[in-house]
Design a protein around this ligand. Structure first.
Ligand code: PLP
Length: 348
């Protein structure tokens, strides 16, 4: 819900958009293989999904180097974030993170009684791992890291992140929100399932909402120690809350490597185009590894976003360190051309 907090009547405004670049959705839709699997699954829609979780968990466990018992499926990773917020915030304590980042889990922990200790990002807009390390005190119950980070689109080096988890997780659980990990090249992609396999107390949250295009179909999962998954499970519904159609579609999409490669490539092309166009207009774009781009603007956030919306283009804005920023999701090439045209009109 906080994604749209800047609008008065988000749904009315959204229905009028020509170009929807505000929720980091996949503009290409879902794969044909997922559509076919979903249609087929409607035939068993009268049955609760039980055994059907097995094949997907097996595929995930093989790719990530964990056991199926280290995986908990859910309808989107938001449910995992909410469960972690409630579990770790119970009875107070501190949740340690860097900001700006994705605030969903953090804001929820405050509702459940915890305090947030937020360190600024580094000068190049990354999570500041040495500063986080130095900020760990006995009251810290969880370290929350978003990698790649939203809204900055920046990443941590896999080796540094692994070293951080190895040092910190024996003392304090580390939550890794990896919603955008599928956009990374193999060299940039941390493969920290091995730490889970070694018994370390890290929690990895993943989603099918991004590269698989399942934002509306809802599918995500957590990877962690079985005891941790059991604890989190208290705060979300049964795994069976994932519909059988979504589950079967997700299982097909997970195996559709060609579709994932296609989405990754198209995203990179449209992202490069947008980055270059903004740079040519004199804007300093933060280099993005994801399906969204953050850059400072020279107008007040409300005026800018209202005018972009008035031109049919939905984006997000954010102020930090007294500087207004625009976060634009990467759409198709055609949508990004419309974004640049609209942007030029609005900024004059
Ligand atoms: N984590 C991050 C960093 C996100 O940006 C999002 C959504 O945009 C989510 C988690 C939640 O995604 P979902 O609930 O669709 O899996």
């Amino acid at each position: 819900a906080n994604e749209f907090a800047f609008t008065d009547d988000p749904f009315e405004k959204m229905s009028k958009l020509k170009v929807r670049l505000l929720a980091n959705e996949n503009p290409l839709g879902i794969s044909q293989s997922a559509k076919d699997a979903i249609m087929k699954a409607t035939e068993i829609g009268n049955r609760y999904a039980w055994a059907e979780f097995g094949p997907l968990k097996k595929l995930i466990s093989e790719k990530e180097g964990v056991m199926p018992k280290n995986i908990l499926m859910s309808p989107g990773s938001s449910d995992i974030l909410l469960a972690a917020a409630e579990y770790f915030a119970k009875g107070g304590g501190t949740i340690l993170t860097c900001r700006p980042t994705y605030d969903d889990l953090l804001e929820k922990t405050t509702k459940f009684g915890a305090t947030i200790k937020a360190i600024p990002l580094t000068k190049d807009f990354k999570f500041d791992l040495p500063a986080l390390k130095a900020a760990i005190t006995p009251d810290v119950k969880l370290v929350y890291i978003v990698n790649p980070n939203n809204p900055t689109g920046t990443i941590l080096s896999p080796a540094e992140l692994e070293a951080f988890c190895r040092e910190i997780a024996p003392k304090v659980p580390v939550f890794l929100d990896e919603a955008y990990i599928d956009f990374l090249s193999p060299a940039d992609r941390p493969m920290l399932g091995k730490l889970v396999a070694e018994g370390l107390n890290i929690i990895q949250a993943r989603t099918f909402s991004k590269i698989h295009g399942f934002a509306g179909l809802r599918l995500g999962y957590a990877m962690a120690q079985p005891d941790m998954l059991k604890a989190l499970h208290q705060y979300i519904g049964a795994e069976g809350d994932v519909s059988i159609t979504t589950l079967m579609g997700g299982t097909a999409s997970y195996q559709d490597i060609a579709w994932q490669d296609h989405c990754r490539q198209e995203n990179a092309k449209a992202r490069d185009y947008t980055t270059k166009a903004l740079t040519n207009l004199g804007y300093e774009v933060i280099p993005s590894y994801t399906n969204f781009i953050l850059f400072p603007i020279r107008m007040k956030t409300t005026a800018f976003s209202n005018q972009m919306f008035a031109n049919g283009i939905g984006i997000q804005t954010r102020d930090f360190n007294g500087q207004p920023y625009c976060r634009v999701s990467v759409g198709t090439m055609d949508e990004m051309t419309q974004f640049i045209d609209g942007f030029k009109k609005v900024v004059g």
